[in-house]
Design a protein around this ligand. Structure first.
Ligand SMILES: [Mg+2]
Length: 271
């Protein structure tokens, strides 16, 4: 996970940069533009090679088609964990976009955040329930074999199943920490065909997070409409994929945010 700032790049990675890139980076560092503008400016400053190939005749940074040029930019990209450009000078994926977004987020010098701080307000975080706050399997383990057979493939439709579930490991402590440092809400989807789940989810929150999540439960099939900065969710369904802020993909090992510990250590740098 990237926890790098523009300042850190200038201090620790200067060997990988040309004078021109350093100069451009300093300009972006002065910041105060809005988030998307800053991400775009940073990308042009740091990964100019993604445009250079189009203007090879008058490039300041060497002939974009030479092997020497490609070797240098790819060494730099590797240092930042960004995929190399291909022989035609094109980036092959969105790793440079994601890198730049994370750098701007951690540099914390963009307009939206500065305005929040001026108002003494906090960034908004939404937290999903099933398999993030709630250990879904623990509910399945408590139902009868008959019910398991009857609802095979649709276990979230078993009446009352949501009230049986235990918290996910580290979730209660994690949520409490978030609630102190961010404007934190629960954003969950209750199954349309299991009306008792809507009640059970409320009861679960009242039982496990009675004070910190008081009146902060949102049940929705349209998570993309929630306006906020972060969504911690193990899935991309019900609009999570199109959430306008950062989707923290809580999930299996090896995919980035594998558990609550990883999520909190990431969020600590952003609080
Ligand atoms: Mg979930």
């Amino acid at each position: 996970m990237t926890t790098i700032t523009i300042g850190k790049i200038l201090h620790k990675y200067q060997n990988f940069l040309t004078e021109y890139e350093v100069k451009k980076l300093r300009e972006v560092q002065r910041g105060k533009t809005d988030f998307p503008t800053q991400v775009n400016d940073l990308k042009h400053a740091l990964f100019g090679e993604e445009w250079d190939f189009m203007t090879k005749e008058n490039s300041d940074t060497g002939n974009p088609m030479s092997q020497e040029y490609t070797d240098r930019v790819n060494k730099k990209r590797e240092a930042f964990g960004v995929s190399p450009i291909n022989d035609d000078g094109y980036s092959t994926d969105n790793t440079s976009d994601i890198f730049c977004e994370e750098v701007v987020r951690h540099t914390k010098n963009y307009k939206e955040l500065l305005e929040l701080k001026k108002k003494n307000a906090k960034q908004i975080v939404f937290v999903d329930m099933d398999n993030v706050l709630v250990n879904f399997q623990s509910g399945i383990d408590k139902i009868s074999e008959e019910e398991k057979l009857k609802y095979e493939g649709d276990l979230d439709d078993v009446p009352g199943i949501f009230s049986l579930m235990d918290p996910y490991e580290g979730a209660i402590e994690g949520y409490k920490w978030l609630a102190k440092n961010f404007d934190t809400y629960i954003l969950s989807t209750a199954p349309w065909d299991n009306p008792s789940a809507w009640t059970d989810k409320l009861l679960w929150v009242k039982k496990h997070l009675p004070d910190v999540a008081y009146k902060r439960l949102i049940l929705s099939h349209n998570k993309h409409l929630a306006k906020g900065d972060f969504l911690i969710d193990d899935r991309t369904a019900n609009g999570a994929e199109n959430f306008p802020g950062k989707h923290i993909h809580f999930s299996e090992k090896g995919k980035g945010f594998e558990d609550w510990k990883t999520v909190i250590s990431y969020m600590k740098n952003l609080a």
